[in-house]
Design a protein around this ligand. Sequence first.
Ligand SMILES: [Ca+2]
Ligand SMILES: [Ca+2]
Length: 468
Amino acid sequence: MKSLRNALLAVCTTGLPLAACAQAPALTTFSVGTTTVTASALASNMSIIWEMVWGPDNFIWVTERSGRISRVNPATGQVLPLLTIPDVTPNGESGLLGMAVVLAPGQMPPVPTYWVFVVYNYTEQGGLKEKLVRYTYGNGTLSSPQVLLGGIDAVSTHSGSRLLLLADGTLLMSTGDAQQQTQAQNPASLNGKILRLNLDGTVPATNPTAGSLVYTLGHRNPQGLVQLPNGRIYSSEHGPNNDDEINKIEVGRNYGWPNVEGFCDLPAEATFCTANNVREPLTVWTPTIAPAGLAYYDHPAIPGWRGSLLLAVLKDHKLTQLPLDAAGLTIPSRTDFLTGFGRLRSICVSPEGKVYIGTSNRDGGGGSTGGADQILTLENRAYVPTATRPATAFAFDLFPNPARWQATVRLPAPGGRLTVSDLLGRPVYSVQPTGTTATLDLAGLRPGTYLVQADGAAGRSTRKLVVE
Ligand SMILES: [Ca+2]
Ligand SMILES: [Ca+2]
């Protein structure tokens, strides 16, 4: 059976359409509403998968904590190692951690030059530190590492280190308190923060404090970060022996640690929260579960997950669905899936609505099974993408085109929704016009070609937009 599958996978790598490839054997199935979701192994025999991101090349980019960066073919599961970073220090929970991948400025497909950002622990003068490094990817190799931020205090735990590229072209990086709890409240320290950087490591002019990378403060150990198409940002954070948190990240806010654990529900906490503009979490867990990777799901393939955060959970061995209300301010329920695969740390969603989960069972943390780590695919195998409406249901005006800062859309009827997506189909901006005219704010978008999709009562229509 295995040899048959390997033979079929070998056929798949020759470039036949995906439909010609064999489906991996189901490891389990579970229901999401009326949808049956199948879990299968995409890649096995890996070790402590810390980060998985869907790359601009439509491959899954993966870090393993020992220092290895790989690309994984989502059609075949083939793991293509790129580089093992030589100066990574894996110790306790430390090592190669977060990653982000983006087309280098001025590059558009098919010119394959990317910037690859990684965060890792290293040794400096006998002590453990943490740094953010930018590599350049081209011609199949990673090269030209540049340290954008180094010398951050670290110990073998509480390193934070999730990276997130924002739609405005800046980069968020979470840092842990490195067991120096009071530094989380010190605006001059880089520990216990969510930092915001330009892609060259400089401080964005729009950060809350001039000259400071600090975007938010008062964090303990945030290991999940995600931005929704509407721009809202959410984070997961490890609490001490209580109060793991999901937070809505708002610029300049204080998230309380170490003075506040979870909600502002003790008298001393309430006083601190009032005095320090503390943003309470949306939901907390006591006892703790060890929340890690965070993604947003809004694809029609699994309707019951639409509009939800999906959280990879380490200690409690599960994937948790956290639906958001329309305002994005409350999580009305929590539903668990995918128990039985050990510690789940990393997660990404493909443009076709499949969810990929990376396990972390060799990390020695709570409930570690010690077994080999794997990438799991979660998918609705009955889903067939179909155009339920004509491709061009109506015409709309879009001008100027090319545009630089703004473009105007004129619709045949008021209302609906306008969505700007990149060429991989990823939404980067959306707006709900109230009348027949709407302005698209393009200031945060990189130059390149985008698609503007108008959804209204008359159906859906799409036009190409060039941003200069
Ligand atoms: Ca908090
Ligand atoms: Ca509390």
